[in-house]
Design a protein around this ligand. Sequence first.
Ligand code: C2O
Ligand code: CU
Ligand code: CU
Length: 477
Amino acid sequence: MQFHSPLTLRRRQFLQAGSTFAFAALSRPLLADDRLTTHDGFTTRLRAAKARVRMVGEEYPATEVWAYNGIEPGPVLRVRQGTPIRVTVMNELDETTTVHWHGMRLPNAMDGVPGLTQQPIKPGERFDYAFTPPDAGTFWYHSHDDSLIQLGRGLAGALIVEEAEPPVVDRELLWTIQDWRLTEDAQIAPGFNNRMEAAMDGRIGNTVTINGRVPDSVRVRAGERIRLRLLNAAIARIMSLRFEGHRPMIVALDGQPCEPHEPADGRILLGPAMRADVMLDMQGDPGRSYRVVDDFYGQFAYALVRFAYDKAPAVRAHPSDAPMRLPANPVPRPDLKTTSVREVRLQGGMMGGMGLRSGRMGMGGTAVWAINGQSMTGDGDPHMPPLFEIARGRSCILDIHNETAWWHPMHLHGHSFRVLDRDGRPEPYDIWGDTVLVRPRERVRVAFVADNPGDWMFHCHVMEHQVGGLMTVIRVT
Ligand code: C2O
Ligand code: CU
Ligand code: CU
């Protein structure tokens, strides 16, 4: 058997198995392109339970998912920067759960990591999460218990923190993008922890949805300016989005504002868990339609969605000249002269050349991956010593070496970091985030001020990688 074949083989297999279905699904009309819910209050409830939702065409049966409040993705929580929020999570699943507020710089006890920051919420029980979002931006929430299954079955939703003075746009859209492996009768395919996939790029699906639907087109007006919030809520699929006929400007990544800039080679690269806020001046021709193409996996490129222009003339003659820049968030800047530098080596996986003999097991999982020779598996192991400790207030550089043949969106809880450089080349923009996409064999350095005390997860956000050992804890004392 040739060694390079499993990946292509596997893809071909699933494309064959799912292709009729996936293509039929992709041509369905879009019913709801931006299901934005506004919450007036700052108190709300999330009920985690099984639900049946229409994800693909009406001629298919409804898909059984695990969802918040019976909708997929869960309700969009819109809150104000600096205003306290309280969310009561009610567990109506048959197993324990928690909710993690991804990207939030919040108190450790509210971080939603079972065993580490709280007791898991038992079936029939509830837990109150209360915190005050310090930063405006595009964030999200998701289960952090039985993560691969619970996130993979749909327990996720967007959390939007509004700026006190948002930039002027004509319209705002939110695309929560999810990737599913569906069977011919539109059910989530079983077999979540396939060992072969877990050692490669994870479970890539055959059906991509926007806000819980296989989309066809989004209606737009010529000349309008749209703020588009993109959230990759897939468990494994990386996306590289190209907007035909348009020039998207990135104004924030992972909720943190940046200097407005066009993405490198016109593609917005989003690993699982990553967000981008994009300004789109709709400069296409009235009556025409333009595709948004995801070509990350090369020959498996597909049209995610289309912008369908109304026939009416442009709403303005020239693109809006309103400033795009978002107001800054109060994230502390690391002092690069006094940082403590910590080496983080990502190891294992297929072709990783590592036996993982030293890997330690966490709760119910097999180690396929490791960080500095240690594998924390499952949903974490509270008894494993932290990767390192850092004194509160210190600046810290994570010097991440990807020694594997695979991509890893590495995510740090409770902090936002600045991406310094890749393979020694400085990032061209002042980029911040909570998740950094590390290429195969790449070395990336990120810096942050460890100002938030507690035990914080640092893990890959490809779910099989996380539960398979690409996870650790950083302790801020
Ligand atoms: Cu979005 Cu530890 O997760
Ligand atoms: Cu997180
Ligand atoms: Cu990974």
